[in-house]
Design a binder for this molecule. Structure first.
Ligand code: PBG
Length: 324
């Protein structure tokens, strides 16, 4: 039997060799921490299905934002949980609504030391839990929702958000919000477009975190998990409408989509490692079935390797502290 002529194992022999040939590195500056703030809370409240994640008070949010900056994360993404909801989602538009107030708090605390992002969607604010306003038949009214998004965008831009995260999956939302921002003089406020968002069961724990009122599902506006071509179409439209960064969500079950999108577009690509991806690993680790830290870093490297250059993850601070 001849000996092998090719020996890939040679380059795996020492830690230094492995480091030398390592092709993918994740840097803290590429990680974005999603954070929840709830109106009227006096103590931070743990989210049961997301161990380690809390609903913040305004005060604890400020502190946690500073800690995230100190850990070196690239950004924070804010979600608000209002005390009261209505069919129009008015609390999302109100300058004194919890999300807009929290944006001002965080910006006044951290300034430009990190990128402050805000979720731009109605689902946290509507009494029915849908991402838009409803028409007479109870369906989500695309074009009426666009006007609400434009008002939310102005409120968030006013509050000082650097990057608006349009996550509602309405047709034309990027173009509509971009022109509203430009007309109001917010030409420097950027748009992170959730171009690709699947109607995913992996969002389950998030709906606990924001106490979502949704009954039913979002299949008339979020995408069918079976489809890939549709994602390329969504990306093409969002970029044409003015998206500065596009996002794919969820991440790990959709790495083929991340790859396809990254090959198609020349704007930065982000991926959102969602609540269910986080909860699965935390639950298994709590049972001693998985090594949490290693799995965390492995998933982040996988998402980066697939082509995402920015990753939204509830592990952003933990991972940032662990990465070289
Ligand atoms: C919509 C929004 C959702 C998530 C982020 N933005 C929920 C949804 O579409 O149902 C989910 C994030 C996660 O699961 O971590 N505002």
């Amino acid at each position: 039997m001849p000996f092998p002529t090719e020996r890939p194992r040679r380059l795996r022999a020492t830690k230094a060799l492995r480091r030398l040939v390592s092709q993918t590195r994740v840097h803290p500056s590429e990680l974005v921490l999603p954070m929840f703030v709830k109106e009227g809370l006096t103590e931070p409240r743990p989210v049961a299905s997301m161990p380690g994640v809390v609903q913040h008070t305004r005060e604890s949010l400020r502190k946690a934002a500073v800690e995230a900056v100190e850990a070196g994360v690239g950004g924070i993404m804010l979600f608000g949980v209002p005390a009261n909801r209505d069919p129009q989602g008015s609390a999302g538009i109100d300058p004194n609504g919890i999300l807009n107030v929290a944006i001002r708090d965080v910006v006044s605390e951290v300034g430009d030391a990190t990128v402050v992002m805000s979720d731009l969607c109605l689902d946290e604010f509507t009494s029915h839990g849908h991402c838009g306003v409803l028409d007479a038949d109870g369906g989500v009214d695309n074009d009426a929702t666009l006007d609400a998004y434009a008002q939310m965008a102005l409120a968030q831009a006013h509050a000082g958000a650097h990057l608006l995260g349009l996550s509602g999956m309405m047709d034309g939302q990027v173009g509509h919000v971009r022109s509203a921002l430009d007309r109001a003089g917010f030409t420097q406020t950027s748009i992170l477009a959730y171009a690709v968002k699947y109607a995913s069961a992996f969002f389950g724990p998030f709906r606990d975190a924001v106490e979502s009122a949704l009954e039913g599902d979002r299949r008339t506006y979020q995408q069918d998990p079976a489809n890939l071509r549709e994602s390329l179409r969504e990306v093409r439209l969002d970029v044409a409408e003015g998206a500065d960064i596009i996002l794919v969500k969820p991440a790990l079950p959709y790495l083929d989509v991340v790859r396809a999108v990254a090959e198609q577009t020349d704007v930065p690509v982000a991926a959102y490692q969602v609540s269910g991806e986080y909860a699965m690993v935390e639950a298994a680790a709590a049972n001693g079935w998985l090594d949490r830290d290693r799995v965390m870093l492995e998933t982040l490297h996988s998402i980066k390797r697939a082509g995402a250059q920015i990753i939204l993850t509830y592990w952003a601070v933990d991972a940032a502290r662990m990465l070289p």
